[in-house]
Design a protein around this ligand. Sequence first.
Ligand code: NAG
Ligand code: NAG
Ligand code: NAG
Ligand code: NAG
Ligand code: NAG
Ligand code: NAG
Ligand code: NAG
Ligand code: NAG
Length: 295
Amino acid sequence: MATFNEKKTCSQRMENFGRFVWNPDTSEFMGRTFAKWVYISLYYAAFYVIMVGIFALSIYSLMQTLSPYVPDYQDELKSPGVTLRPDPYGDEVIELFYNMADNKTYLPLVTSLCEFLPVYNKSVQEKMNANCSDHTRISCAHQNENTKSCQFTTDMLGNCSWEHDHTFGYKSGKPCLFIKMNRIINFVPGNKTAPLVNCSAENGELGDVQYYPGNDTYGTIGLQYFPYCGKKMQPNYTNPLVAVKLLNPTLNKELSVVCKVSGHGITSDNPHDPYEGKVSFKLKIENKPLSSSAN
Ligand SMILES: *[C@@H]1O[C@H](CO)[C@@H](O)[C@H](O)[C@H]1NC(C)=O
Ligand SMILES: *[C@@H]1O[C@H](CO)[C@@H](O)[C@H](O)[C@H]1NC(C)=O
Ligand SMILES: *[C@@H]1O[C@H](CO)[C@@H](O)[C@H](O)[C@H]1NC(C)=O
Ligand SMILES: *[C@@H]1O[C@H](CO)[C@@H](O)[C@H](O)[C@H]1NC(C)=O
Ligand SMILES: *[C@@H]1O[C@H](CO)[C@@H](O)[C@H](O)[C@H]1NC(C)=O
Ligand SMILES: *[C@@H]1O[C@H](CO)[C@@H](O)[C@H](O)[C@H]1NC(C)=O
Ligand SMILES: *[C@@H]1O[C@H](CO)[C@@H](O)[C@H](O)[C@H]1NC(C)=O
Ligand SMILES: *[C@@H]1O[C@H](CO)[C@@H](O)[C@H](O)[C@H]1NC(C)=O
């Protein structure tokens, strides 16, 4: 390679490059003859076809092992989370503060409920779901795309329905809160007894509570809503609710309220997930008449 370090003029370099691109002596294009180019192109074409084939085959065989009904990798948590409505701002820390004398302060809360509840309208539910009065239990083992879910209708919300009170009690300082347990596919809580909901604040400051469905001690989440078999099997599933009506909460004071769902298979003491099995929030209901001069 003695020639390698030789100084070459620019035109010599250009000539060398030109010969590399097309060498008329050997009929080579870019260092290969036409036949070799055809050969190498076919080689790479075949190579990539086989690579794509192997990739497609492995994806296909993986898909064969997946059920369309149940996700193979569910969230590792086994105990459901609990959420609260109204939650107009979707915040991590839920603060329900309002002044019952000032409708502007509770309008966002009432509006958020009005947006959330229409799916439970009786006529909507009757179209979507079964009334489950025959107590048939759903089994996720029968992978049927048209599995009926059970109705949950606003008449089960008793005095917390919009029909009973268009402000859900916010105006009168007896607000309704709605508790909802998150769905977990194939999860059946309670070991044959319905999970219970219980809300409390320190020193009994929450006052008397009425639960719908339920009584004045506990709300109940009916077992007919379990298990949930996934979106493909139960496209119309709607989460059951428990409405919590506060009948005489302490006014003008910030309360720390905890609503807990209890039942077999539901844990609420996970230090890493404060919303597992329970929901905590701050509640402050003021009753400060707006002075007409202070507009
Ligand atoms: C709120 O209250 C004011 C005065 O009491 C009333 O004029 C207004 O119409 C109310 N707004 C709503 C949305 O109810
Ligand atoms: C429920 O739906 C019916 C008809 O679809 C409607 O007339 C009724 O006002 C609705 N009720 C509520 C509370 O939205
Ligand atoms: C879901 O609801 C629609 C009406 O909204 C109904 O036509 C359909 O049959 C329902 N599907 C199931 C599986 O119940
Ligand atoms: C539930 O549906 C069944 C038939 O599907 C009907 O006979 C029964 O009256 C319904 N019950 C209620 C409470 O609507
Ligand atoms: C609903 O509220 C009314 C008063 O507004 C009361 O008489 C009735 O007992 C309540 N119903 C239930 C089921 O708590
Ligand atoms: C469910 O409750 C029954 C008694 O009612 C008990 O024998 C059984 O062990 C319980 N099952 C589980 C999984 O705890
Ligand atoms: C509700 O739960 C609280 C603790 O969160 C407990 O002190 C209270 O006794 C429970 N109430 C009922 C009726 O079980
Ligand atoms: C309220 O309901 C719970 C659960 O269903 C039950 O254990 C309790 O005895 C009921 N309390 C009253 C006062 O009816």
